[in-house]
Design a protein around this ligand. Structure first.
Ligand code: CA
Length: 204
């Protein structure tokens, strides 16, 4: 009998944690990432992030990933930046207030060499990939809470692939992405500004 994909994911995640980098701050993942290849032409980059919605009362990010094997998401209006703290209001640009999963994709401009740190304040679950590497995971149902910090190291300034899975089960919802850029003072993590997000519109 095949092992459910969510169990395989959980197993591989625990291996990653056991093999984590020595000397990193507790819970931090840090990886070297590569820019999007080829880099998009400036005129091809639209503002904000693309989003597809999945309408279901999810309890875990793995459940959303399983759904994506069977369901096509519904494209929604682009997300300018990730700074939502809407209480009981509509989730992101979905027009729906409860039972929403979202796949948010596009590009993030990392224009200085060095290490970037990311963390999310979310309600409910999230999982974040930057440069194709999963760096932050806070996948369950919860009230507003800050995730662990994930880090990526960049050698080449440019546009990097960005992907965030998120769901809001019920009641209040929050989704805020914070970062610290190379050279920023420690202890501060402002919200990532809109101008560093972009996406290439789907063909056709
Ligand atoms: Ca909630």
């Amino acid at each position: 009998m095949p092992v459910p994909r969510s169990q395989l994911l959980a197993a591989s995640l625990s291996l990653v944690l056991l093999a984590g980098p020595m000397g990193a701050s507790p819970g931090a993942a840090q990886v070297m990432v590569s820019p999007a290849l080829p880099q998009p032409a400036a005129e091809a980059v639209q503002p904000g992030l693309a989003v597809k919605y999945y309408f279901h009362m999810f309890r875990h990010i793995d459940e959303l990933i399983d759904w994506q094997d069977y369901k096509d998401g519904k494209p929604g209006p682009a997300i300018e930046r990730l700074n939502y703290a809407v209480g009981q209001g509509d989730v992101l640009t979905s027009g729906v207030d409860n039972g929403v999963g979202a796949e948010i994709t596009g590009l993030i401009k990392l224009d200085k060499p060095g290490t970037y740190a990311f963390a999310l304040n979310s309600n409910d679950g999230i999982r974040l990939w930057v440069g194709g590497e999963q760096i932050v995971d806070d996948p369950g149902v919860h009230a507003d809470q800050f995730s662990p910090i994930g880090e990526v190291t960049v050698e080449t300034p440019g546009w990097y692939p960005f992907k965030l899975l998120y769901f809001e089960r019920k009641n209040t919802s929050t989704l805020q992405l914070h970062w610290r850029r190379p050279g920023d003072p420690p202890g501060t993590m402002p919200i990532v500004p809109a101008e560093v997000f972009g996406h290439v519109a789907a063909a056709g």
